[in-house]
Design a protein around this ligand. Sequence first.
Ligand code: ACO
Length: 336
Amino acid sequence: MEFIETIKAKAREDLRTIVLPEGTEQRTIKAADRIIGEGLARIILIGNPEEIHHLASEYYLENISKAEIIDPGNNPKADAYADLMVSLRSSKGVTREIALELLKNPLYLAAVMVKAGDADGEVAGAGNATGDVLRPALQYVKTAPGVSVISGTFIMDIPDTMFGDHGMMLFADCAVHPNPSATELAEIAVSTGRTARAIVGMEPRIAMLSFSTKGSAKHEMVDKVVGATRLAREMDPTLQIDGELQADAAIVPGIGASKAPGSPIAGKANVLVFPTLEVGNIAYKLVQRMAKATAVGPILQGMAAPVNDLSRGCSIDDIVGLVAITACQAQASAGK
Ligand code: ACO
């Protein structure tokens, strides 16, 4: 996919350090070998060093010798990390003992390494459920200044279509926040617009989706989207945002013109913001399967430093691609 090649070239321009907490997971260690070989990022693997070396020799992975390996059972920085964890979450009941125990869990250790600045980003999820990957990051990496909600966007590359930018679209939130308020939905729209610019190099045209177009239906769910549209415009006046729009009005020019005349977005949206996670998650999976789209993500947005979650069904290519994206997000957040 051309998009991923562009992302890889960008990642190589300014190398970032990405921690992979599932260092003994088969696809992850193979991906790490390729990432190092292709010069996409510096890699930290978390796991038992003996096991990692054994797997590297079993799979003939010559580049793993260039990865830094952190043993969660024998980590020289555990005391310093525990202090950091207590300072951040003593009000939530995190004591030194609890912190040291949590640090034995690679997913917590990775999140704390990112927080401490020892890694620029994290990618995990080949062997763990979304919630287990996200929780440590939500607790310790936290949101970027001015952002209260983390969300997940998918870059959809839809073949043989004129929708979006020659078939390239962003969908959000498809991964994280089940039922956002109007303010949170506005933040999701703004974060997605910024991801479109920073990662895809696309000028976003954002549609706030509903089952109503410009007042065609009356319901509190529609009111939420109308409110979110107004708030999102206030939050970032540089972004082109319109709503509430039905999906067909958002992407089909003729329907956009008849249902929402005068809208700068209707008929030409390239970013779709869904009112709830239910809709977003179902929509991206349907488009992926029924339209044979490539779905890259979820790319988590709004975090103070990038942490990304893989699907447990991911391929080695998926891991390599998501690490390259994470490295580019780290470059973008360092540039702020
Ligand atoms: N943005 C920012 N902070 C958040 C968010 C969010 N979206 N959600 C939770 N938090 C914070 C909370 O404020 C809390 O902070 P605190 O401990 O400092 O007070 C912390 O994270 C933990 O919050 P909880 O609500 O206790 O965490 P919980 O584990 O219940 O939920 C989670 C968080 C895991 C993200 C949950 O919302 C979830 O499971 N979401 C759905 C994920 C999912 O299954 N997606 C679909 C599959 S992915 C796919 O198909 C691609």
